[in-house]
Design a protein around this ligand. Structure first.
Ligand SMILES: CC(C)(COP(=O)(O)OP(=O)(O)OC[C@H]1O[C@@H](n2cnc3c(N)ncnc32)[C@H](O)[C@@H]1OP(=O)(O)O)[C@@H](O)C(=O)NCCC(=O)NCCS
Length: 382
């Protein structure tokens, strides 16, 4: 083996690339020790309290907060791109009703490239147009599939509604109240970007080959689907449902940890303290749970947080309280990860734009751990 170990780069990689800097990026800053998150230099707490998803999209794509007319223009563009190609709608109607929604979303986003006039244009202007279009279309796809699988007709987007409110409208067929719309808006803001997380990295690797934005977005959706990444929020709700009562939380947590299992919604590769996004989601989970008569879920969550901290000194991540928030909004658990994707589409596309503005192929090395060169033995002699 030693004679083949010649392909070492300047840094020997750690398992899971932990601690390795793999790109330069101006989009998102994370301080894992202090629990700080900035989008383009703006603190997530200020964005969560004062901004909208549309404004955050502008920030991620153009690198600065928009002026009023710039935001109005982007808002109009997003509203104008919500309609779905008939062929993709036909696919949504033909997909198995029990299909995993993230699988449907991944396939549909890939399909969008077939009908997007800018699909193979990698210019900055075309990439910006595609970022807007993909972000608008993702919400339409997942709302339409959800209705179709329940035997309902998809709802035509309402151009009078802002992005978050229109998403809830397309999902349920009735206009949401202000609190509900603001809550979805907040979820979208909080999930919009997170530096080189696994799905974004996957998307950037694809973009670095100068493949198109739809390919990168499709790969990123695949990356987000896994339970160690975006799939955790759905698992949080399933875990709470399995536990069933606040009195059983302690037994579940201790039993899972004793078996070396993971508690979904806890832990993070980068944050060694509380995930700053969780602060907002915890507050919203509390108030929405009280408002909607779902306090049981919130109480179980608080108890789980206390015990996991006590037992493993691990904090909650973005996925933990977002599960209760979405439950209170009446969103089914298997759409949670899709909503994460609908938000992260803004970040993924921003990273594709950034990567292709100043591209170099991402092509790392592997530390070879296989056998030394061997003599090929013809099959009859083995
Ligand atoms: C996010 C995650 C994959 C990051 O993992 P990582 O950086 O690779 O860290 P590891 O999985 O190597 O975990 C390090 C240690 O913390 C423990 N740990 C990490 N997350 C844990 C969790 N959710 N529950 C219980 N223990 C956990 C590991 O068991 C390990 O403990 P040990 O050193 O005693 O063996 C991991 O925390 C996890 O699996 N969390 C649950 C899934 C989740 O919520 N994902 C969404 C992330 S936003």
């Amino acid at each position: 083996m030693a004679e083949l170990a010649t392909a070492k780069g300047p840094t020997v990689g750690t398992k899971g690339l932990e601690g390795i800097i793999a790109a330069n990026s101006e989009i998102c800053f994370i301080d894992g020790k202090e629990g700080r998150l900035l989008y383009e230099g703006y603190n997530i707490h200020e964005l969560a309290d004062q901004s909208t998803f549309e404004e955050v999209c502008y920030l991620l794509w153009y690198g600065a907060l928009p002026k009023k007319d710039q935001l109005e223009k982007l808002d109009q563009q997003l509203r104008g791109e919500r309609a779905m190609y008939p062929e993709v709608m036909a696919f949504l109607r033909s997909a198995p009703k029990d299909a995993v929604p993230m699988t449907v979303l991944r396939t549909a986003v890939s399909m969008l490239a077939l009908y997007d006039k800018d699909a193979e244009d990698m210019s900055l202007e075309a990439n910006l147009r595609k970022a807007i279009r993909l972000t608008a279309q993702t919400s339409t796809i997942l709302a339409a599939f959800h209705r179709i699988r329940n035997g309902q007709e998809p709802v035509t987007p309402n151009p009078k509604l802002a992005h978050a409110a229109n998403f809830l409208y397309m999902l349920r067929g009735t206009e949401p109240n202000e609190v509900e719309a603001r809550c979805v808006d907040l979820i979208l803001i909080l999930h919009a970007d997170h530096s080189l997380n696994a799905s974004t990295f996957a998307g950037r690797v694809i973009a670095s080959t100068l493949a198109d934005m739809h390919s990168a977005a499709t790969g990123a959706i695949g990356g987000l689907k896994g339970p160690l990444h975006g799939g955790a929020n759905q698992r949080v709700l399933e875990t709470l449902a399995e536990i069933g009562d606040v009195s059983k939380v302690e037994g579940y947590v201790k039993g899972t940890i004793a078996k070396g299992g993971k508690i979904m919604g806890f832990g993070h590769r980068v944050y060694k303290t509380e995930d700053p996004r969780a602060v907002h989601l915890r507050e919203w989970a509390k108030s929405l749970a009280e408002r909607t008569g779902n306090s049981k879920w919130y109480d179980m969550s608080v108890e789980m947080e206390r015990i996991v901290k006590e037992e493993k000194q691990i904090s909650v991540n973005v996925d933990f309280y977002s599960a209760t928030v979405q439950l209170c909004l009446g969103i089914p658990a298997d759409l949670f990860t899709c909503i994460f994707a609908a938000s992260r589409m803004a970040g993924w596309t921003a990273h594709v734009i950034e990567q292709q503005k100043n591209n170099r192929l991402i092509r790392p090395l592997a530390e070879y751990t296989g056998p030394a060169e061997r003599k090929y033995v013809p099959i009859v002699q083995r």
